[in-house]
Design a binder for this molecule. Structure first.
Ligand code: GLA
Length: 334
């Protein structure tokens, strides 16, 4: 069994800073104590993987020509990774298991990409790993995602959220204090392909064509956008970047009430200016926020469904489950 490789990669929840990463903005996600594991032994030819949560196994001949056409669909993420690694890929025969809910906005696909990349022989820095997996996601699903999910999962630090500047890819770990709990509640299924995610990315790019990089834009500049939709999208991005800074400072100084308010304002901005929430998500956020002991709540991740994240005093009884920040992806046996 000496040749068996086993890699585990956690899911992530974003505390604040959504729909900012693909404009080089600020995000504050944390890894969570749910993992995808890819394990197997070297294989001579194809990549052969079964998945505990899927009926169909993946039998992937190399080289991969078109990751988006691979069947079954879950295998496309592995195929995207194999295509990105290219000639250096080390095929395995084995299995995938996961405790990350799929289609819940907790980055199950990014966790699969990162675990698969390491298991298939990628060696490099967490940043290089994240960039490769982001390209793999683009190949596999066509969703023009930013770097947040893959970088958080590659670089996670136990006990910390990661303040990531998506322009420079610098990572500043922010301790998640023991005095508060982070709770994730699954609300409704979502899928980013076929959603308006790509439309939002295009709207931000259109705003940037007119006023330049949103990460440097001021409110006055955003007000100059004539198109009211682009103005709202841009306003979300620049106000969200500021909320990320303020939230990180609030966590660091123990100003948890302020941190909670910032989460609620982030949700309102995603709902009203960025239009990525749903009535069901809005109702779930309002219900969680109304529970005594809850400091703040918001939709998390790409939106159009998924999960709500809440910040609360210890011992608060809410729906959902309390999550713990864990280390990023790693080999657990080789
Ligand atoms: C998805 C994407 C990320 C990011 C979030 C929204 O999770 O994969 O890159 O854009 O949505 O913050």
């Amino acid at each position: 069994m000496g040749d068996v490789i086993r890699v585990r990669a956690p899911g992530r929840v974003n505390l604040i800073g959504d729909h900012t990463d693909y404009t080089g903005g600020l995000v504050l996600p944390m890894t969570i104590d749910r993992w995808t594991v890819v394990e197997g032994e070297p294989s001579d030819g194809a990549i052969e993987l079964t998945s505990e949560s899927e009926d169909q196994p993946l039998i992937l001949d190399l080289p991969v020509l078109d990751a988006a056409a691979v069947e079954p669909p879950w295998g496309r993420f592995v195929a995207g990774v194999a295509a990105e690694i290219g000639a250096d890929v080390r095929p395995i025969r084995g299995r995938v298991t996961t405790s990350i809910p799929i289609g819940a906005g907790l980055s199950s696909s990014a966790a699969l990409e990162v675990a698969a990349a390491i298991a298939l022989g990628f060696e490099g820095t967490p940043t290089a790993l994240a960039e490769l997996c982001r390209r793999a996601e683009h190949r596999a699903s066509g969703v023009p995602c930013g770097i947040m999910d893959q970088l958080c999962i590659a670089a996670g630090v136990a006990g910390h959220a990661l303040l990531i500047d998506c322009a420079t890819l610098t990572i500043d770990p922010v301790r998640v204090p023991d005095e508060v709990a982070v709770v994730v509640q699954f609300v409704e299924h979502r899928q980013l392909d076929g959603s308006e995610y790509a439309t939002r990315v295009a709207e931000c790019a259109a705003a940037e064509e007119i006023i330049g990089p949103l990460r440097m834009a001021t409110p006055d500049l955003v007000d100059k956008l004539e198109d009211p939709v682009l103005r709202r999208r841009a306003r979300h991005v620049i106000t969200e970047n500021q909320r990320v800074r303020d939230f990180a400072a609030a966590l660091r100084s123990g100003a948890y009430v302020t941190a909670g308010h910032l989460m609620l304002r982030s949700h309102a901005s995603l709902r009203d200016d960025f239009a990525t929430s749903t009535p069901t998500m809005d109702a779930a956020v309002a219900a969680m926020a109304a529970i005594p002991g809850v400091l703040g709540a918001r939709m998390t991740g790409g939106g159009f469904g998924g999960c709500v994240v809440g910040l609360m005093e210890l011992g608060t009884q809410t729906p959902g489950w309390q999550v713990r920040a864990v280390d990023g992806a790693r080999i657990t046996r080789s």
